[in-house]
Design a protein around this ligand. Structure first.
Ligand SMILES: Cc1cc2nc3c(=O)[nH]c(=O)nc-3n(C[C@H](O)[C@H](O)[C@H](O)COP(=O)(O)OP(=O)(O)OC[C@H]3O[C@@H](n4cnc5c(N)ncnc54)[C@H](O)[C@@H]3O)c2cc1C
Length: 377
């Protein structure tokens, strides 16, 4: 089999940067291209929550990738700090999970799934809840705690990744706005990336352009069902941090940072590539924060922003080779979990691109699930 000496990665979010870093660790020559500065899109906008997992009992594609990723966060953060001196803020802060009475059935199913997986789950009564979250709204009388739930300060993590890539010799090309893909006239078919004054020759190419991956693939007539899903976020500052655990209710959450900032997230909106904050979105998030911890009504609103999650129909990423092209790989569609799953996805993609066998079963995560189902996942 042909040896792989140089690789081109298109997209410098958390997926592209982590993949570039893992490949560079294997002494491959890597070029990473972004149409703007790296690390400014969904990966910057995210909350940085890192749910736990247990690979030994993971039975679904989602659980396998989440658990595999969970295994690698300690090592990844330590290595980045050693190489760059940047502390990415990774810590196992734990999470408190609460529910409204109407959500009880769905909550019970979720808790049984965690237990079946062997994830540590602690039952909490009202006194326990109050001890972890003083001032938690009275509507919450029971809940659970996930002690191994983690968080990372994603903007710092992206800085650390970009610096580590540079230390390891990754060639980062930013502001490559006019990058395009073409199919070369070879057999088997290969893809070439070029800019007006430059052609990038690489043994293999990985598309990791988040929500923009679909548009890049369209230019070479490949359909990928990845679409942007807007998530709005509000950042609060409390005088004294009232809790240290992440608090989740369903798909909404509060994420406390060590310096007193609290992220309130997030909306899920199908509005194309529109990244603005809306009055309705921000108001809904503020109302949610108050409904969890009423005294947050006095917290300062520091800023708000929005990002575009790369959403896929089954909420799982596409990892692996595009079957029509010998040299083209994709790593996109991580939706709500791309920060958490970046640690495992990068290893999987690096293995595949270097002709090694990944350490987890990729059934349900590769491109061929589209071909099997005719894109209707
Ligand atoms: C509000 C919000 C909260 C979230 N919270 C969490 C969370 O708590 N935990 C979690 O795990 N995940 C979370 N996510 C999801 C996570 O952020 C994403 O799944 C992840 O960042 C996707 O990473 P990516 O590298 O695929 O995409 P992106 O970060 O969007 O990066 C794509 C990159 O490709 C570049 N690009 C685009 N087009 C081109 C082109 N033509 N040529 C070259 N480069 C191009 C872009 O400039 C960008 O740098 C959240 C997302 C949002 C929006």
């Amino acid at each position: 089999m042909k040896s792989i000496n140089d690789i081109l990665i298109i997209g410098g979010g958390v997926i592209g940067l982590t993949t570039a870093f893992r490949l560079a660790q294997q002494n491959v020559s890597v070029t990473l291209i972004d149409r703007q500065q790296v690390g400014l899109e969904a990966s910057w906008a995210g909350a940085g929550m890192l749910p736990p997992g247990n690979l030994a009992n993971a039975t679904t594609p989602e659980a396998r990738l989440r658990s595999y990723s969970h295994l690698h966060w300690d090592e990844l953060s330590d290595t980045l700090k050693e190489l760059t001196g940047i502390d990415n803020g990774y810590r196992r802060c734990g999470a408190i999970e609460v529910y409204a009475p109407a959500e009880q059935d769905a909550f019970n199913v979720q808790v049984s799934d965690w237990q079946a997986e062997g994830t540590v789950v602690e039952d909490l009564n009202r006194d326990d809840l109050e001890s972890f979250v003083p001032g938690l709204d009275e509507q919450f009388q029971t809940g659970v705690r996930l002690p191994n739930f983690g968080q990372v300060r994603n903007p710092r993590h992206l800085k650390a990744l970009a610096a580590a890539c540079q230390n390891m010799g990754v060639h980062i090309v930013e502001n490559a706005e006019f990058l395009r893909l073409t199919v070369s006239a070879t057999q088997p078919a290969r893809v070439v990336a070029s800019m007006p004054n430059r052609v990038f020759h690489a043994d293999r190419i990985c598309l990791a352009a988040g929500s923009w991956t679909t548009g890049l693939l369209e230019t070479i007539d490949v359909e990928l069902p990845v679409k942007p899903v807007r998530g709005q976020m509000v950042q609060l500052k409390a005088e004294k941090l009232p809790f240290t655990h992440v608090i989740e209710q369903g798909r909404k959450y509060l994420v406390p940072r060590a310096d007193g900032l609290i992220l309130v997230g997030s909306t899920e909106e199908h509005v194309g590539f529109e990244k603005k904050n809306t009055s309705e979105g921000v108001a809904g998030l503020l109302k949610f924060a108050e409904s969890i911890v009423p005294k947050l009504r006095n917290a300062e609103v520091v800023r708000c922003w929005a990002g575009l999650r790369p959403g896929s129909p089954d909420e799982l990423p596409f990892l692996g080779q595009i079957p029509q092209f010998e040299n083209l790989f994709v790593a996109a569609g991580h939706f709500r979990s791309g920060l958490q799953m970046s640690a495992g996805s990068a290893r999987v993609i690096a293995d595949l691109m270097l002709n090694s066998t990944p350490e987890i079963d990729l059934a349900g995560l590769t491109f061929d699930r589209i071909l099997r189902s005719g894109t209707q996942l």
